[in-house]
Design a binder for this molecule. Structure first.
Ligand SMILES: [Zn+2]
Length: 486
């Protein structure tokens, strides 16, 4: 579908969705429309979204007055609201159903469409987890986006899949489960390191002769390193799909190299982009060159993405960097609207057809970073310096000798009135010259982010794995901020 036709379809879907679902049934957004003096009929096309201020994670979090704020984000249709909001065209099939099968049958259909029956949670490092609910209709969407993920990545139906995402009420694990069920593929969901341990996961991959392994970037790398050390046979692996966290480009190369050492040649490594609030995930397609990334292929029929200037909230011109804002188009149960993701897309959204697969859907650049990874450091007494922790991660990830790492932000001498310090801890492969490594790390930091670590500490691999909580924590502790909150 040409871009103009996609936009037209999105305009139509958006207008209908606001009129028939969001405004009449959604407590939070009804309020937001009313407060801003916006009538649902005024949202006719994507550009009209600018009439409303974007919402963000802060709006979801519990407050003292409203400890269950998440409930305001669940669509709650009453019979009266349904009658008012829906056009005859929308109501007629239900009236026919009532005549044919009785009122209970209509009630059941509405229950399947709207009643929450499944949930996942956000995984904020600092904030309380927020539940997001799905109705059966939303579960159908998880099947559909699962089918599309498989299609974009190019997983073959006969592939055997090892799903190594942590078993938890988190999107990544369940998106893979539903994708497998939709496609009828053989998926073994091990639950990941916390459930099976890396030894169990390696055995599972070996025994099932898995063609594809899916999991969190840091854990997959750790698992493969262990496999390489123990001489595991992972020669059947053809595809690695990473999700749930940012994928540093250097890591993809390391994973390919590691798998090659275990007999798996020409492995493709893909990143995915998904988050709890979207209730869907997007994937990269094969590019033929392991160092070229296609960007994440969007689903224009299911969601609108805008890119805004994170400071002003204004929409930026096409192709420019900025924060991603999502408006899902078909959701029931917990839904967000014009929602700030906190993710910065460097290079924005690409609208030209994909040069690799030819799909005409827009793509989000593969170069994503989190707004929250920008930290203001007071390295000198008077002047703050903005440091992007994910850029630090990338610098460390680019060193072939560095196996694991952690970055800590702390106060000099643990004195809250002192300056901030950046501590880099690394575990290196055997034989690395620590003196030379330290110098190179400091040089790289200085030349790429203009800040040099105050200390570089060297740890043994096992001690480092323990420190970051590998196989123990839901998320590895890569960035630790021990500065007292003032
Ligand atoms: Zn593509």
């Amino acid at each position: 579908m040409a871009l103009a036709d996609q936009r037209r379809m999105q305009d139509e879907r958006l207008a209908r969705y606001v009129r028939e679902y969001l405004y009449p049934f959604h407590p939070f957004y009804k309020d937001l429309f009313d407060k801003n003096g916006v009538k649902p009929e005024q949202i006719k096309c994507i550009d009209d979204l600018r009439r409303l201020p974007p919402t963000s994670k802060v709006d979801l979090l519990p407050t003292d007055e409203d400890p269950e704020r998440f409930k305001k984000f669940i669509q709650q249709p009453t019979p009266a609201a349904l009658k008012r909001a829906w056009s005859l065209r929308r109501k007629l099939p239900l009236l026919m159903q009532k005549l044919r099968s009785g009122p209970e049958s209509v009630k059941d259909s509405l229950r399947r469409e709207f009643s929450p029956c499944f949930m996942t949670f956000t995984t904020g490092r600092s904030a309380e987890p927020v539940p997001f609910f799905y109705s059966l209709k939303d579960i159908d969407n998880l099947h559909e986006t699962g089918r599309r993920l498989i299609d974009v990545i190019g997983l073959q139906p006969q592939f055997r899949i090892a799903n190594l995402f942590p078993y938890a009420p988190h999107l990544a694990f369940w998106q893979v489960v539903f994708a497998g069920l939709e496609a009828g593929m053989m998926v073994l969901s091990t639950g990941g390191g916390r459930v099976m341990g890396s030894a169990g996961d390696l055995r599972a991959i070996g025994r099932t002769r898995a063609d594809a392994i899916l999991g969190v970037p840091g854990y997959i790398y750790h698992l493969l390193r262990r496999g390489a050390t123990e001489g595991a046979d992972l020669s059947t692996v053809k595809t690695v799909v990473l999700g749930a966290e940012r994928v540093p480009p250097g890591l993809k190369t390391k994973i390919r190299r590691m798998l090659a050492s275990m007999g798996a040649a020409d492995v493709s490594v893909f990143g995915t982009y998904g988050f709890t609030e979207a209730r869907m995930a997007f994937a990269e397609c094969p590019t033929g060159d392991p160092d070229v990334y296609s960007g994440y292929h969007l689903y224009p029929d299911l969601a609108i993405f805008e890119v805004i200037d994170p400071k002003t909230g204004e929409v930026v011109p096409d192709g420019e960097s900025g924060e991603l804002v999502i408006t899902p188009l078909g959701g029931r149960a917990s839904t967000v609207f014009r929602y700030r993701t906190g993710d910065i897309a460097r290079g924005g959204i690409m609208t030209e057809p994909c040069p690799h697969c030819g799909r005409t859907v827009p793509r989000i650049t593969s170069d994503l970073t989190r707004e929250s990874s920008l930290k203001d450091l007071n390295i000198l007494k008077l002047k703050g310096t903005l440091v992007n922790l994910e850029d630090c991660a990338q610098i460390l990830g680019d060193f072939a000798e560095i196996e694991e790492w952690q970055i800590e932000l702390k106060k000099k001498d643990d004195d809250p009135h002192e300056v901030d310090q950046l501590v880099v801890r690394v575990a290196c492969s055997d034989g690395a010259d620590h003196g030379a490594m330290k110098q190179r790390i400091q040089d790289e930091f200085r030349s790429r982010i203009e800040v040099s670590p105050n200390t570089v500490e060297f740890l043994e691999l096992e001690a480092m794995l323990d420190r970051i909580g590998m196989e123990r924590e839901m998320k590895e502790k890569r960035f630790v901020d021990t500065r007292p909150q003032i």
